[in-house]
Write a protein that binds this ligand. Structure first.
Ligand SMILES: Cc1ncc(COP(=O)(O)O)c(C=O)c1O
Length: 384
């Protein structure tokens, strides 16, 4: 075998695969509405783009310090202290090329061969695969029916091999936002055991109902929490590839070493743009309000179809309906929607084996969402 053993069980990214299928059809001239992509359709706000242009024009195009430029790490630490109540300084922060890379580094830094990582599901597929690459074992703990986190199940799954629990609130793919009670119950469990929690807060700003709470802000949790965030979702900056990790200093330092020997540093001018993004003048609110409008539309429209069962998402930009009424598995139903309706969605099986669900991203224009819903309705009407 040519490949290293650690790659033998690695699965392709289901979300990127769905996106690639849609793009291929589009390149053949097929009109495909993409409800598969996990990225805001808005342009990056102007003030951010301007900051990057200024950086480029002034020749800011070389390597930067490996953990990121000091002023950006400082600004991130300040944001985390003020908005998230985390007890962090610049030395706890490493800026990375995307938050996915930050998660990769954090898992590589903590998980040894044979260690277990608890992942409440439904969950973003990359968590499971990154744990596999690190030689660990992903222990999936299915959530309860409304997608709230199954804290009892997590407690039962912890054993002497457990190293890490990965949480993601607001959640991809369900849009669930953990309540204060759930966050505090989970913090109690972590406090009672020799485990860390990795809290992926990339959708933190996209909340419509509840308040987002960072688990790292709870008493005693600063030494046991690795907080992940980034610029992709809140600032419509997916292509800029910029994320960050806030971790206890020894972990942040190990992550920095991993970065030194892989990416070297994040992109220089993108870091200048990120510094601008964090300023209060960046228009995040209008984007969040537009997502809320789309969420209300898509949930209302799906309800009217009387076909899908779903919990109304409280955050992010996804809805994760149960498609059991189609009598089809998620992959097959997604293929049908793509082929017959030109609507691209993502199979639920990729999010921890949720074969009777699909993920619909409503990060698309209202016009496209309306057209997609009527196309989906036509496909449902044609089912036997
Ligand atoms: C839950 C979650 N975490 C992390 C990421 C990675 O984001 P990025 O690497 O663009 O910062 C994504 C992207 O889809 C995501 O959905």
């Amino acid at each position: 075998m040519v490949l290293a053993r650690r790659l033998l069980n690695l699965k392709e990214s289901g979300t990127l695969k769905a996106m690639a299928k849609a793009k291929e059809l589009q390149s053949m001239g097929v009109n495909v509405i993409q409800l598969d992509v996990g990225e805001p359709d808005f342009p990056t706000p102007e003030n951010i783009v301007r900051a990057a242009k200024t950086a480029l024009d002034s020749g800011y195009t070389h390597y930067t310090p490996s953990p990121g430029i000091p002023e950006l790490r400082e600004a991130i630490a300040l944001k985390l202290r003020e908005e998230n109540r985390l007890n962090v300084s610049r030395d706890n922060i490493v800026v990375t090329p995307g938050s996915k890379q930050a998660i990769f580094y954090a898992v590589m830094a903590l998980v040894d061969e044979g260690d277990e990582v608890i992942i409440p599901t439904p969950a973003w597929p990359s968590y499971m695969e990154i744990v596999t690459v690190a030689g660990g074992r992903a222990r999936e703990v299915p959530s309860t029916t409304d997608f709230s986190v199954n804290t009892e199940g997590i407690k039962e799954a912890i054993n002497e091999r457990t190293k890490l629990i990965i949480i993601n609130s607001p959640n991809n793919p369900t849009g669930y936002v953990m309540s204060e009670k759930e966050v505090s119950e989970l913090a109690d469990i972590v406090a009672d055991h020799d485990v860390f929690v990795l809290s992926d807060e990339i959708y933190e700003k996209l909340v419509y109902e509840r308040q987002h709470i960072s688990i790292g802000s709870l008493p005693g949790m600063d030494e046991k929490t690795i907080t992940i965030n980034g610029f992709s979702k809140a600032y419509a900056m997916t292509g800029w590839r910029l994320g960050y990790v806030a971790a206890p200093k020894p972990i942040a330092s190990a992550i920095n070493k991993l970065q030194q020997h892989s990416a070297s540093c994040p992109s220089s001018f993108a870091q200048k743009a990120a510094l601008e993004a964090l300023k209060p003048e960046t228009p995040v609110r209008p984007m969040v309000e537009e997502f809320r409008r789309r969420r209300d539309f898509i949930c209302g429209a799906l309800e009217k179809l009387h076909f899908f069962r779903f919990s109304k998402p409280l955050g992010a930009f996804y809805v994760f309906p149960d498609i059991s009424a189609t009598n089809m598995k998620s992959g097959k139903f997604c293929d049908l929607l793509l082929e017959k309706a030109g609507v691209s969605t993502t199979p639920g099986e990729d999010f921890g084996g949720y074969d009777s669900h699909i993920r619909i991203s409503y990060a698309n224009s209202m016009e496209n969402l309306m057209e997609a819903v009527s196309r989906i309705e036509r496909v449902l009407e044609s089912l036997p």
